[in-house]
Design a protein around this ligand. Structure first.
Ligand code: IVH
Length: 707
């Protein structure tokens, strides 16, 4: 049968055709992946997939829920299923010093507009060093367990969680929908016994209880998890069909009553002094607990206040983790390597004689930058009493949690005769281009741009990383290989999207025949790349790897501009750093002048790199990003607050407006939709009048957003 050209299909025909293709591709997938007996050739398979995509592109509304273009490889995925968290799983801001805690309490008070002597009550509880898990119960039955993942999407580990004795399978008297969150961990005794068993069986041993817990929970075979002694503490919740209680403390007590283990050291504290006293008490108990903790978590007790405080991009405003001091060790500095990063930064890395720091063997540590090695800070003031660091020195290494170990100090009494000060290279060790340091920048950067292989490779790695394109089967290791590949080189992100076509055009040396690549893995890789031809705008902006433009800024930009076309047009117009588009860019809350400059500089139309970006975008369908909570009446609107607000603080007003999808700007322009003016409003209200922008008072604003 000859196929009808996609352009000539009617809607009804397209619908039938999409159903046929879904069936044919599903059958082909099963034959290939599950039965290991392919029935059609790769080329035929690709042709079906392309046809499916082309029809979907013409009739997007006909795209099926089981569309083959959303499926990567086999229906039964290797690895874990994905779970989208209905309520995001957040991390915590860290405090290290007593001042950080006082500042946290102060910030909470100010945000809520409370008087300086007002008492805010907090819970204090140990921060368990394990991995977080979300457990979903419906009608009292455990139906799903998921790891945190990136906070939005985690891994489905339901079968594994069912094997953990601490986790109840059924609850009585629980809300219809209850998501319980907490930490999976392993006790010291169980960890030691597990490592002994592993060693005796010739299996790999774990570096610490946290790794052992993570490795045990994330087992594809739940029988292995069952054989590992995992435990659980509940300390938070996600989606709920009804509130658990009015306070954090009571909510945790309710979870305990439902049968969850909760930490017995949880207490209530009024104010920073009480929190610090509790911190010292828990720190003193640390060695006797029998499990690892790495700090104390403080949470605002009143859940109504928690709701008012809300969240920043990835952490709640109502909680903080007060970490224990980092662990230390002394060792010999064997050498200093210079690594070249994605933005060309030359980073010195200490090669150390391996040493155990807090249970983990450390052989590399960061030395930050050339000033740090020379014993001064960015303003030229001495650090470490001005002592420089030389190869052969004895240095003090420390690590806190998961962060890269750092070199803190140097022991001059053990310095060897003839040790020479370290000379920081003035040329890039990877490509030989001059490495410059701009005024006020502590970092020396390679000027080679994309001709520098190190920068190009690092950018590609960033491009495929988790918050960016996140292409399964194309990680850092594969990027290194493809970058140097003589037959199928990938030198720039756009090259990734021509990989399959280039492979198809080269029948003699197909990728699937190479060592390290099987037929299945290549098909999966190409399917994963294909699936990412459609990408949300925020991920695309982040993937470009522009200096100062991280995930948060990318998401702000995407939400502000909505589409790639609007974004790139505005950035092009802002390139002289004057005019309305520039003003608009720097008025986006959270985008400072430094990031705005980095953005327009990186995307200058005359740059070779910009041409590469345009080529890349040509291969993609960029999904527009809607402003958050688009059903709110202020979603997508630009709002300016001015004058004194009486019902809430400025910070709270701004956070709530943003949570409802509004953009909050600092100054009034023709693009402002609404000015909320309190008593004493001055020039901004006048600007609004002059520009004909609507002005309302605080009460009207509260009515508008529903109180
Ligand atoms: S509360 C919205 N409480 O620490 C806040 N987290 O660094 C939810 N953690 O991802 C977290 N003990 O895995 C909370 N008592 C505790 C905790 C705790 C350990 C972990 C958790 C979180 C991480 C943040």
């Amino acid at each position: 049968m000859t196929e009808k050209a996609v352009e000539t299909l009617t809607e009804a025909e397209a619908r039938v055709e999409l159903a046929r293709l879904a069936k044919a591709l599903a059958a082909a997938n099963t034959a290939y992946h599950t039965l290991d007996a392919p029935e059609i050739s790769d080329a035929e398979y690709d042709a079906l997939k392309r046809r499916n995509l082309a029809i979907e592109a013409r009739f997007p509304w006909l795209k099926r829920a089981d569309s083959p273009s959303d499926q990567v490889g086999a229906a039964v995925a290797e690895g874990f299923g994905k779970v989208t968290h209905r309520v995001r799983m957040l991390s915590l801001e860290n405090a290290f010093a007593a001042e950080d805690v006082a500042e946290f309490v102060d910030r909470v008070r100010k945000f809520l507009g409370l008087a300086e002597d007002a008492v805010v009550r907090f819970t204090a509880e140990p921060k368990i060093d394990g991995l977080s898990l979300s457990l979903r119960y419906e009608q009292g039955v455990l139906i799903q367990a998921a790891t945190r993942g990136d906070g939005e999407v985690g891994e489905d580990v339901t079968q594994n969680a069912r094997t953990i004795a601490d986790i109840p399978q059924r609850l009585t008297g629980a809300p219809d929908v209850l998501e319980v969150r907490g930490e999976v961990y392993m006790s010291h005794a169980d960890f030691a016994a597990l490592n002994d068993r592993q060693a005796a069986a010739g299996e790999k041993t774990f570096a610490n209880p946290r790794n052992a817990a993570a490795g045990s929970l994330r087992q594809l075979d739940a029988r292995i998890t069952a054989s590992r002694p995992l435990r659980f503490f509940a300390y938070a919740w996600g989606e709920l069909s009804e509130p658990l209680a009015a306070t954090q403390f009571e909510a945790i007590a309710r979870l305990a009553a439902l049968g969850f283990p909760t930490n017995p050291l949880t207490t209530l504290c009024d104010g920073p002094e009480a929190l610090l006293a509790e911190y010292r008490r828990i720190e003193a108990l640390r060695a006797t607990l029998g499990y690892d903790i790495d700090g104390v978590v403080y949470k605002v007790n009143d859940l109504a206040l928690q709701a008012r405080l809300g969240f920043r991009s990835s952490t709640p405003r109502w909680a903080i983790a007060h970490k224990f001091p980092a662990e230390l060790a002394w060792t010999e500095l064997l050498g200093i390597d210079i690594q070249v990063g994605r933005t060309g930064a030359l980073s010195p890395v200490a090669r150390l004689k391996p040493v155990t720091v807090g249970g983990v063997v450390v052989s590399n540590a960061t030395l930050h930058n050339e000033d740090y090695i020379a014993g001064r800070d960015s303003r030229g003031e001495p650090i470490r009493g001005g002592k420089d660091i030389r190869v052969g020195d004895w240095v003090q290494v420390y690590r806190a949690g998961d962060v890269i170990p750092k070199v803190a100090d140097v022991d001059l009494s053990r310095r060897k005769d003839g040790a020479q000060p370290f000379v920081f290279p003035k040329f890039c060790p990877e490509c030989g281009s001059p490495a410059h340091r701009e005024d006020g920048d502590s970092v020396r950067r390679c000027t080679g741009g994309l001709i520098c292989p190190a920068q190009a490779v690092e950018r590609l790695k960033h491009f495929v990383s988790r918050g960016a394109f996140d292409i399964e089967g194309l990680g850092a290791k594969q990027i290194e290989l493809f970058y140097r590949d003589p037959i199928l080189p990938v030198k720039t992100p756009a090259d990734i999207f021509t990989l399959a076509a280039r492979d198809a055009a080269n029948p003699l040396q197909k990728l699937k025949n190479r060592e390290g690549f099987g037929e299945v893995s290549v098909a999966k890789l190409f399917a994963a790349i294909e699936a990412r031809r459609t990408i949300p705008l925020d991920r695309l902006i982040y993937a470009l790897g522009i200096r100062h433009i991280g995930e948060t800024s990318s998401s702000l930009l995407a939400r502000h501009y909505g589409t790639w076309e609007a974004f790139i047009t505005a950035i092009d117009r802002a390139r002289d750093q004057t005019g309305p588009e520039w003003e608009e860019l720097i008025a986006i809350d959270g985008i400072g002048v430094v990031s705005a400059r980095a953005l327009v500089d990186a995307l200058r139309p005359e740059n070779a790199e910009r041409a590469e970006i345009d080529r890349l975008v040509g291969f993609l369908t960029v999904l527009p990003v809607a402003a958050a909570a688009s059903d709110s009446p202020v979603a997508g609107k630009t709002v300016v607050f001015t004058g004194t607000l009486e019902k809430m603080t400025r910070a709270e007003a701004k956070a709530r407006a943003e949570a409802l999808g509004a953009k909050v700007a600092g100054s009034v322009s023709a693009r402002t939709d609404l000015v909320v003016a309190g008593p004493g409003a001055g020039s901004k209200a006048k600007d609004a009048e002059r520009l004909g922008v609507a002005i309302i008072d605080e009460d009207a604003w509260l009515r508008l957003i529903g109180g």
